[in-house]
Write a protein that binds this ligand. Sequence first.
Ligand SMILES: NC(=O)C1=CN([C@@H]2O[C@H](COP(=O)(O)OP(=O)(O)OC[C@H]3O[C@@H](n4cnc5c(N)ncnc54)[C@H](O)[C@@H]3O)[C@@H](O)[C@H]2O)C=CC1
Ligand SMILES: O=C([O-])CC(=O)C(=O)O
Length: 339
Amino acid sequence: MLARTALRSVASTSRASAFSTSAARLTRVAVLGAGGGIGQPLSLLLKSDALVSSLSLYDIRGAPGVAADVSHIDTASEVNGYAADKIDEALEGAQVVVIPAGVPRKPGMTRDDLFNTNASIVRDLAASIGRVAPTAHILVISNPVNSTVPIVARTLEKAGVFDPKRVFGVTTLDVVRAARFTAGIAGVKPEQTPVTVVGGHSGATIVPLLSQNEHGKAISGDVYEKLVHRIQFGGDEVVKAKDGAGSATLSMAYAGAKFTNALLRGLNGEQGVITPTFVRSPLFEDKGVDFFSSLVELGPEGVQKILPLGQLSAEEQKLLDACLPELKKNIEKGLAFVA
Ligand SMILES: NC(=O)C1=CN([C@@H]2O[C@H](COP(=O)(O)OP(=O)(O)OC[C@H]3O[C@@H](n4cnc5c(N)ncnc54)[C@H](O)[C@@H]3O)[C@@H](O)[C@H]2O)C=CC1
Ligand SMILES: O=C([O-])CC(=O)C(=O)O
C-alpha cells in the first residue's frame, strides 16, 4: 500500500515543465554556481517554473551574463545576476537556494576525488546562507553529495541555524535514470517505471528498489545485475562520453528543476508530494549513518515525513548492506572537515 502510494506520488513529480500556478505562494530562488554547465540550463528551467517569482543567479564567473540572457524569457519572474563579491545581495530574501557550484569529474576520477576542491566551496557558501538567509531551504547538487550535505548541515549547526527539514541532497538524477533505463528494458514508458532509489549518490551507495515497481520486479538475472550497475554508474557513462569536458549537466539541470518544483509544491501546501532525497534521517542512525536518501514527503516546512524503505528483495538487502558502510565513511569525512 505504502509502496503504491509512494510510486504514484513520485510519478506525479515527473511533469517538470507542467508547473502549477494555482494558489501559489511565490518564491525567491537563488542558484549558486549559475554560470556553470548545470547552473545555466537549471536557471533556464527555473525561469519557466511559475512557482518561482524571483531568480537570483550567483557565480564567481559569468552570472550577470546568464541573468541578462535568461531574463528575456517571457515568464513573469524577475531575474538578477550577481558577481563574485555580491553573495550577500544574491542571498537576500532567498527562500530556496540551489547549489551546483564546484568542479565536475574527469574520466578516471571518483566523486570523492572532488572533495578537496568542493568541500571548502560548499562550506563557505553554506556559511553565507546561514548568515544572510538562515531560514532558506538548501538543495545541494555539488559532489560528492554524500559528504557535501553533511558539510552544509554541520556548517549551519555551528552557526546555530541548522534545521534538518531544510537541507536536501539532490539525488533526483538517480531516480530519473532508474526510470528511464528500466522503461527501456521493460519496453514501456518511463512514467510507468518510477523507481525509488535510496542510500546516497555515488556507486555502491546508490540502491535502486526495483522490486517495488511491477516492471522492475519482473527483471532478473544478468539483465537485473546490468541494470543495477547502470543506475549506480550512470554518471560514469556521461563522464566517459564527454571525454574530459565534464559530467552530466543537462540531465542534471532537468533533475534539479524537477526536485526544486517538487519542493516548491510542498512549500505551497500541495499534499502528497513524495520523492527520494538525501536528508538528515533517523532510518539508519543506529548504524551510525545520519544522512540517508529515501522517499520523503515534502510539505510547507520542507521535510514533512521520512518514509520507511518498505519491502526489500534479497538482492536489494545485499545492495543496502554494501551501501551503509561506504555512506557512513563519506558522511564522517564531510562532518570531520567542518569540525
Ligand atoms: N547531484 C548530482 O546528481 C550531480 C552533481 N554534479 C556536480 O555538480 C557540480 C557542478 O557541475 P558542473 O555545473 O558540470 O560544473 P561547472 O564547472 O560547469 O560549473 C560549476 C560552476 O561553479 C562555479 N563556482 C565555483 N566556485 C564557486 C563559488 N565559490 N561560488 C559560486 N560559484 C562557484 C564555477 O565558476 C562554475 O561556473 C559538480 O560538483 C558535479 O560533480 C553533477 C551532476 C550530477
Ligand atoms: O558522475 C558525476 O560526477 C556527476 C554525477 O553526480 C552524476 O552524473 O550522477
